[in-house]
Design a protein around this ligand. Structure first.
Ligand code: AP5
Length: 266
């Protein structure tokens, strides 16, 4: 687990930070987007998938939260503005999000692969990502879309607790820590996210329906969508996801091989 946390440092600490150690290269790395409403369990699944697949977990929400921990005098005006949107539960403007992702485009080229959690979240962001990946000669392996009924989502969000040190995620009833209020991994203090208050949850769910849900048909048309039911324990969801992902990887690999053969013979 410690290696995984180290791998994410570069993404969280800014464009000039380097991963230590560099993730090992994979012959056919997984390049995934995780889609789904707030609280569906994307972060929880990203952690489990990272441990299984070796690809890095890149969360735009985590980057904004990490920036919020820096002293106010060190925050850029754009970042201060972004934190305001976030606390209200609204989406951060595309231009700010894109600037932050583009600065870290080295992570998208990483030979170990990536798992994008919370990005893209609008059609504009999805188009920007598609163009950047095309320019870099990269392609997504799959877009995993987690689906869960709304009452379950609200229950997951209102019971979430996060470690202020290592960012491990718990739930007061579903995944409680061994000792109340303390992280099992690092003994850090657990806190409730500001945007998990009922008034912010409502705004976030509305923003999801309006701006992010249209990405489902966007990626379906590109043949990348992998729908996964998000009911059950995190481990059950992972068991459901892994074989489906392996199938996607084999299919993408065959498509790329075929395109290479066609290019060679034309
Ligand atoms: P972000 O941090 O991305 O939040 P989110 O998408 O709203 O997702 P969450 O982190 O709330 O939930 P999750 O799906 O990861 O669920 P989790 O695994 O924690 O973004 C926050 C804000 O930043 C946005 O609102 C926006 O302002 C801004 N932002 C970020 N990216 C942006 C972008 N690209 N564009 C614009 N703005 C952006 O699980 C939730 C709870 O459920 C936990 O307690 C967990 O323990 C529990 N749980 C998980 N799985 C299960 C299970 N199977 N059974 C029972 N409990 C479970």
């Amino acid at each position: 687990m410690s290696t995984i946390n180290k791998d994410r440092v570069a993404w969280l600490q800014g464009p000039s930070a380097k991963c230590e150690p560099v993730p090992p290269a994979s012959d056919f790395p997984f390049r995934l987007v995780l889609l789904g409403a707030p609280g569906v369990g994307k972060g929880t699944q990203a952690e489990l998938l990272t441990a299984r697949l070796g690809a890095c977990h890149l969360s735009t929400g985590d980057v904004f939260r990490a920036a919020g921990k820096t002293p106010e005098c060190e925050q850029s005006p754009a970042m201060k503005e972004a934190l305001g949107y976030m606390h209200r539960g609204e989406l951060v403007p595309d231009s700010t999000v894109w600037e932050m992702v583009r600065e870290r485009s080295g992570c998208l080229r990483c030979a170990g692969g990536f798992i994008l959690d919370g990005f893209p979240r609008t059609l504009g962001q999805a188009e920007s990502l598609r163009r950047l990946m095309q320019e870099e000669g990269l392609s997504l392996t799959a877009v995993v879309n987690y689906d869960l009924p709304a009452p379950e989502i609200v229950a997951r969000l209102s019971g979430r607790r996060t470690c202020e040190k290592c960012k491990a995620v718990y739930h007061v009833t579903e995944r409680p820590p061994k000792c109340a209020g303390k992280c099992d991994r690092c003994d850090g203090k657990l806190f409730q996210r500001e945007d998990d208050r009922p008034e912010s949850i409502k705004v976030r769910l509305e923003a999801y329906e309006k701006s992010t849900a249209p990405l489902i048909s966007f990626y379906e048309k590109l043949g990348l969508l992998l729908p996964i039911a998000a009911l059950g324990t995190p481990e059950e969801i992972l068991e459901r996801t892994e074989p489906a992902l392996e199938l996607c990887r084999t299919r993408r690999w065959a498509q790329l091989r075929w395109a290479a053969v066609e290019n060679h013979s034309s």
